[in-house]
Design a protein around this ligand. Structure first.
Ligand code: FES
Length: 192
């Protein structure tokens, strides 16, 4: 994973004086991904997906077609809202320039499990309900389900069916069971 805010040493000036020329602070866009702070100093129009995958090497979030119109495998949560990582650029996140007190907060599937490696209840429920086929769509389902449960503790079948996700392996029914299982456990409703 890329280290945030690393200093670069300036080249030694010719002439052999031994003086190191100071370098101005590099401008960039600050963001927080899964609790770690980073500064993006490259192209501000870079889609979030490629920043996550190619720069931070967080490859759980997948390409889901132009403008995120595919399976929803590119979904992440930004400042509490479900966002297509293909469709949004770093610049469009409005997450503040360098020095921002409150950088934008991005949560990806890699940030779901606990620090001790324990699976998030949704991840465990997907395993328990055998809701994973090839797995390509799974990260997007998990993020969409988390965002749904964060705003609605006991979602209906319709709520789940309206999520912007598609499983080409045909796991929708088992995905729905997994989400209802977590909802039942957390809302005290034992009828998933
Ligand atoms: Fe294969 Fe959903 S598990 S596309």
């Amino acid at each position: 994973m890329a280290a945030p805010l690393q200093a670069q040493s300036a080249p030694a000036p010719s002439g052999g004086t031994g003086i190191i020329a100071p370098e101005k602070a590099r401008e960039g866009i600050d963001l927080e991904v899964n609790g770690e702070r980073f500064r993006h100093t490259g192209d501000p129009k870079m889609p979030l997906l490629w920043y996550l995958r190619d720069v931070l090497r967080l490859t759980g979030t997948k390409y889901a077609g132009e403008r995120g119109s595919g399976s929803g495998a590119d979904l992440v949560i930004v400042n509490g809202k479900l966002v297509s990582a293909v469709a949004v650029t770093i610049e469009e996140l409005h997450i503040g320039k360098s020095g921002s007190e409150r950088p934008g907060n991005v949560l990806t599937v890699e940030g779901l499990a606990g620090g001790d490696g324990k699976l998030h209840p949704l991840q465990q429920a997907f395993v328990d309900e055998d809701a994973i086929g090839c797995g390509y769509c799974t990260p997007g389902w998990l993020m969409a389900a988390k965002e749904l449960l964060d705003r609605k503790r006991n979602p209906s079948d319709d709520d789940i069916d309206q999520l912007p996700n598609l499983c080409r392996c045909g796991c929708q029914t088992r995905v729905r069971r997994a989400i209802k299982r977590v909802a039942a456990a957390t809302s005290g409703n034992n009828k998933p």
